[in-house]
Design a protein around this ligand. Structure first.
Ligand SMILES: *Cc1c(COP(=O)(O)O)cnc(C)c1O
Length: 383
């Protein structure tokens, strides 16, 4: 029995064996609490966390003291958005974001709305990119934060962070970016991109689940945040809770490995992705979702005309693990909010497949998937 080929790397990725190896000693011998400063158990753990913080900061051109560890990107987004809202009440209650954001950004914004905040959600163009003119027009005197993701988790589209950062700086408004899909996949620089807050996670980049970070700018200008978890005052008071040393070590190892291989791996994935796309193009009636080049190199999102999405997923399941262009919310299947934002109708949004290629994807796997998808779509259309 072969397990299906894994092409769902935007959902999560397997742990790189080198990451696991780096983590293991911190479960057993080096189990100390990094906050214990009276003995060597604590010092060892503290040294490991310090090194990890330096490695992660270096990956985004930040300073180590600007990294706040969290349980992942969901928590980092919540801390950034709700924390900035609470700490900047004197300035205003207006925030700007985009319809194609992850729910971990949209839901905190919806929550703030119930508290009386006003949220402007900008549309995207047909290719998934933000129109910067529309962004500029959305600013108000009481705008406190702009949140735009770096790389989209469904269609892989890369928003122009440096341009957005420059616009935010001009308006003296905080710029938050959810970079869960982008870290160690594309170059990120909090200085040149004028980023105030950046959410990160380990498990999309071959690191462990349950660990992430929020970059919080401390200079030029210093970002004010209200903590969302109160307790022992860890992480400069911004996020209390004993640091999870093995996960932190694994996170930094995963990001460091990703940074070392970034350019070469992006090229390899682009080659495999284009190989898959070109093979599937021999089928008629396929639409690419998202900009053709401004996207993650491992992402391919396609809509299949004249095919029932659920039937297609069933046909693909034994051979390839992918995601459909829809999400189950409370037992009800809804078309993806990202695909409908691109102007896809519901039927086409349902009949969309997200292929997420990754570090362990091979050419042989891509060829096998291409053959199976072609045969499945042809069979469904003929039936
Ligand atoms: C996966 C993902 C998240 C959630 O990250 P967790 O670490 O699982 O909480 C948030 N935003 C984007 C864009 C993602 O892809």
């Amino acid at each position: 029995m072969h397990r299906p080929i894994y092409l769902d790397c935007h959902s999560t990725t397997p742990l790189d064996p080198a990451v696991l190896e780096a983590m293991l000693p911190f479960f057993t011998e080096s189990f100390g609490n990094p906050a214990s400063n009276s003995h060597s158990y604590g010092w060892e753990a503290e040294a490991a966390v310090k090194l990890a913080r330096e490695q992660l900061a270096a990956a985004i051109n930040a300073r180590p003291e600007e990294i706040v560890f969290t349980s992942g990107a969901t928590e980092a987004n919540n801390l950034a958005i709700k924390g900035a809202a609470e700490a900047n009440l004197a300035k205003g209650r207006h925030m700007i974001s985009v319809v194609t954001e992850h729910n971990a950004v949209l839901d905190p914004l919806r929550y703030l709305k119930t508290l009386g905040f006003e949220i402007t959600l900008l549309p995207v163009e047909a290719d998934g990119l933000l129109d910067l003119g529309k962004l500029k027009a959305a600013f108000r005197d009481d705008t406190v934060l702009v949140s735009v993701m770096a790389a989209n988790n469904e269609i892989g589209v890369l928003q122009p962070l440096a341009e957005i950062g420059a616009i935010c700086r001009e308006h003296q408004v905080l710029f938050h970016t959810d970079a869960a899909q982008a870290i160690a996949k594309i170059p990120l620089d909090v200085q040149t991109m004028n980023i105030s807050l950046m959410s990160l996670t380990a498990h999309k980049v071959y690191g462990p689940k349950g660990i992430g970070a929020l970059y919080v700018r401390r200079k030029a200008p210093r970002v004010q945040l209200a903590p969302q978890l109160h307790g022992g005052g860890h992480e400069r008071g911004l996020r209390s809770g004993t640091l999870y040393t093995p996960q932190i070590v694994g996170f930094a190892k995963a990001v460091s490995l990703g940074m070392e291989q970034m350019a070469v791996e992006a090229e390899r994935l682009r080659g495999l992705r284009d190989r898959l796309y070109n093979a599937l193009l021999t089928l008629e009636g396929i639409q690419l979702n998202g900009h053709s080049s401004q996207r993650l190199s491992g992402n391919l999102n396609l809509s299949f005309e004249d095919v029932d999405g659920q039937a297609l997923l069933l046909a693909l399941q034994p051979v390839v693990a992918v995601s459909l262009g829809s999400a189950c919310t409370s037992a009800k299947i809804e078309p993806s909010h990202v695909l409908t934002a691109l102007g896809r109708d519901d039927a086409l949004a349902y009949a969309s497949i997200r292929f997420g290629l990754g570090r362990f994807t091979t050419e042989a796997e891509i060829d096998q998937v291409a053959e199976h998808v072609k045969a499945s779509v042809a069979a469904l259309r003929a039936s």
